[in-house]
Write a protein that binds this ligand. Structure first.
Ligand SMILES: *Cc1c(COP(=O)(O)O)cnc(C)c1O
Length: 369
């Protein structure tokens, strides 16, 4: 009898499709034969990293040594920055790591975990890989339907994954909405509030504070250095939680998951308030202009609180994606997010945005032909 590895691989893994990242610039250059390609596809900071972080990593030494497995200095920096205990901080190889730690610690094949329609694609991946069953709750006005999520909790639900601002819709939850929701959720269910885009929020009512974990012991809040901090290549993120949860998460963390350069850059990024405010500023201007252009040209868009904005391209987004690609602009098709006609554009530099707007004008003409 022939034996198949398909019989051996975990059932959840068999059903997975790998995460599809934004198209890389080099590959696109070859494909479309243009030198000048702009990538507005992965919500990266167009200004790059903090000059302070760059300087610090340039003079880093001892790179023959393993990183500090406990990330002591980094955790102390985070703790002092936000007035917390270092033992509440869990360090991730990107905040993506935190999502996986939660799945590893709390989910197995007998369990269910909840995420929202149009929610971040990594949640169902991590849930399925753990063998648990994902429950997808229909979105409401593109955002998370918190009542719907609370109603979907089952006896065997162990985790709920929420991003605010959410990627790819850009929608937010207010502190009041989230607090009301958390009161309804049993305290044995982990709730991850993913704040990868936190720095871009300006309106206080949407800034969910770390202090909320004092009230809700099942709450985990994650942050990323890949977006506003401009350190996507380094892979660094962290979570804040109770010491008890942090202890669990650290048990499944590989010993040196955050590399030495990332840890050094992360500390400096947190120090460099000027770079953060410049990054937020350029984003604010770019977002406002994008809204203006979408309105002027008659494209429906979803109001965004992140560093990207999603709009209805009025045709199959695999096709509209290709249109922009042929003009040298890499966007993101949102088909896999059940948004078959939507494209997401990351907010770039002023020049990049001008190029996008002028291509959008051409695209509008192309549609009306
Ligand atoms: C980009 C993103 C992340 C992952 O960021 P890393 O820190 O680079 O792993 C997490 N959550 C959401 C919602 C994101 O958009």
């Amino acid at each position: 009898m022939s034996q198949s590895l398909k019989d051996s691989v975990n059932k959840g893994v068999l059903e997975l499709k790998p995460y599809e990242p934004g198209k890389p610039i080099e590959e696109t250059q070859k494909e479309v034969g243009l030198d000048n390609i702009i990538k507005l596809a992965s919500n990266e900071n167009p200004l790059g990293m903090s000059p302070k972080a760059l300087k610090a990593i340039s003079s880093a030494t001892d790179l023959n040594r393993y990183p500090d497995g406990n990330a002591t200095q980094f955790k102390e920096k985070v703790a002092s920055e936000y007035n917390l205990k270092p033992s509440m901080v869990t360090v991730g190889n990107g905040s993506n790591d935190i999502i996986e730690f939660i799945a590893k610690c709390f989910l197995s094949s007998a369990d269910t975990a909840i995420f929202s329609q149009h929610g971040f694609a990594i949640y169902p991946l991590a849930i399925k890989a753990s063998g648990a069953e994902p429950i997808k709750v229909e979105a409401k006005n593109w955002g998370h339907d918190l009542d719907g999520i609370a109603d979907s909790v089952k006896e065997n639900t162990k985790a709920i994954f929420l991003a605010t601002p959410n990627n790819p819709t850009g929608t937010v939850l207010s502190v009041i909405e989230l607090t009301t929701f958390l009161k309804k959720i049993p305290s044995n269910i982990i709730v991850l509030v993913d704040q990868a885009y936190f720095e871009y929020i300006e309106d206080e009512q949407y800034k969910v504070p770390f202090e909320l974990i004092n009230e809700f012991s099942n709450l985990v809040i994650s942050r990323s250095f890949s977006k506003a901090h401009g350190l996507a290549a380094f892979r660094l993120g962290f979570s804040i939680s109770s010491e008890e949860i942090a202890d669990f998460l650290n048990r499944v963390r590989q010993p040196f998951n955050a590399n030495s350069l990332a840890l050094i850059a992360g500390v400096e990024a947190l120090n460099d308030k000027k770079h953060i405010s410049e990054s937020v500023d350029i984003n604010k201007k770019g977002l406002a202009l994008a809204e203006e252009f979408f309105e002027k040209l008659g494209f429906d868009f979803i109001k965004s609180y992140g560093n990207f904005i999603s709009f209805d391209s009025k045709m199959d987004s695999d096709k509209s994606f290709k249109y922009f690609l042929s003009k040298g602009i890499i966007l993101r098709s949102l088909k896999v997010y059940e948004m078959p006609n939507h494209l997401r554009v990351s907010i770039g530099t002023e020049n990049e945005m001008q190029q996008f707007f002028s291509t959008l004008e051409d695209y509008a003409k192309f549609l009306s032909k």
